[in-house]
Ligand binder design. Sequence first.
Ligand code: CU
Ligand code: ZN
Length: 180
Amino acid sequence: MKKMFVLTAFIFAAFGMTAQTSATGDHNESKQIDHAICVLYPTLGNKVTGIIHFTRVEGGVKITADVQNLSKGKHGIHIHEYGDCSASDGNSAGGHYNPAVKIHGAPVDDNRHIGDMGNIEADESGKGLLEYVDKTLTLDGPNSIIGRAVIVHANEDDLKTQPTGNAGARLPCGVIGIAK
Ligand code: CU
Ligand code: ZN
């Protein structure tokens, strides 16, 4: 009987230790997010792919987007409200991410949707590169972009038509996740 009690006590102690160890490991949860990534996959009927890095820098978040198989020219690029790329036309991602309820604009505007990243321009080989520091969007806080979706559009964002920039169909879609 006494032996059993000792064994039980040992098991409880062992479990307690495990719980404590995993609680320490979970501190990642509250760690500052410095890097996020979005992998773009084509919606139905196109072959556009890409990778976007969001990196915390002095004064904002540096965006580095590398997109392939676009038509030559400018294409609207935005963060949309829902991290849901399940619909074949990308409409499940909702409208532009706009928690502050502002108007659609250019990335340099003060009055803009948080999701407004402007345009990415592709060359004749279909490759588009976009690199700039965004002073509005954030990787943490109540308006964090983590878990939202990025969409690249068929047409140019005119940076003024409400509420979409008249950028046309949704080509690739990807969800923004936490990166190492
Ligand atoms: Cu969009
Ligand atoms: Zn917008």
